[in-house]
Design a binder for this molecule. Sequence first.
Ligand code: ATP
Ligand code: MG
Length: 399
Amino acid sequence: MAGGAFAEAGADLELIGISKRFPGFTAIEELDLRIPAGSFFALLGPSGCGKTTTLRLVAGLEEPTTGRILIGGKDVTNVKSFKRPVNTVFQSYALFPHMTVLENVAFGLRRRNIADPVGKAHEALRLVELDHLAARRPLQLSGGQQQRVALARAIVNRPALLLLDEPLGALDLKLRRQMQLELKSIQNEVGLTFLHVTHDQEEAMTMADTVAVMNRGQIEQMGAPEELYELPKTSFVANFLGQSNLFTGPVTSSTGSSIVVDVAGVKVEVPKDRAQRHAGEVTVGVRPEKLMLHTSAPKQSAGSNSLGPGRVTDVSFSGVSTQYQIAIPGIGLVTVFAQNMVFGPVVNLGSAAWVSWSVEHGFGLLDEPERAPRFAADTDTATIAMQTRHELLAEIEEA
Ligand SMILES: Nc1ncnc2c1ncn2[C@@H]1O[C@H](COP(=O)(O)OP(=O)(O)OP(=O)(O)O)[C@@H](O)[C@H]1O
Ligand SMILES: [Mg+2]
């Protein structure tokens, strides 16, 4: 921080051709990323995909094997960690237990001989709504309050770039949601650049302007949350960010604006501008909440796709909606989220059902179709249960 002093505003972050190899393991591969100043950027991905490694590279705690890191247009690849205009909030709060909350927040300012450390610390504490507890010690605070102190301690330094590594991981769901909103409004207020790492897709989608979905050390897709959700490009993104129903088949024809895919003998139409590929074997998908459930065969109509009949194999009620699993012969299990409305259809376990969706809601993926079929051809529940049992037994035997 010393070199960067106090930032008035956020700074751009640019990663150019970054890779990081640990002995015997490549954690990051050819990563290119540009985060504009003042944005709230989320790096989302499963455990072990390289999120923390990316943050550590930006913070200067780790050296890249190849590539360059620019902050505010300045190359900091060889700049020491403490000289970068960056602050990090880790999941463990690391507050000084013997100091008051106020002294914890003012500590960094005092060390750097910044004017009015106490006034500035109070201001940061007001931002996280904890100024009334300034005189307490960290151990006299709840986990969520300690988390907010850690945040105040980071933003009081006015880093041009704030790195957040799963900072809400330890909080319960309700507090977590509340802190998400708070963090977002703090970021709006101070205008700094936030790079937030999480494996919680809902957290990434509610907080960030831009989400990058990371998989095995690479970014699979990046964009505004709605864009990623509405138009995933790979099956990994389609299933990591919410749920998707995916079907694979050859493209058999195409009209001016759509492609038609043969899914186990059924024609499924997808708009060309929502499909990444227009020929060969393609995987197409539709989100569960875009599906309509029918208890009799829906009328064929232009602009709509339908599948069925199948059998309802699972019904689970979750308050605002009900999730149905429909096993459709030759196609597999299809998931439907139906809002619980007063006059909604009630579909019982075991009954026959059809699904339909508007063509404009489908999407087509870039991936090569998966080698192994995603579903067994026979979707009879008993058969699935038996297969699972056999797989488990095989696994146990191997172990
Ligand atoms: N010092 C190291 N030496 C060898 N491998 C490492 C080292 N640090 C991290 N890795 C490996 O690099 C990969 C990425 O690790 P990283 O900590 O970035 O994951 P992550 O995305 O933050 O995961 P999580 O969500 O579990 O925190 C992991 O497979 C990890 O085992
Ligand atoms: Mg991590």
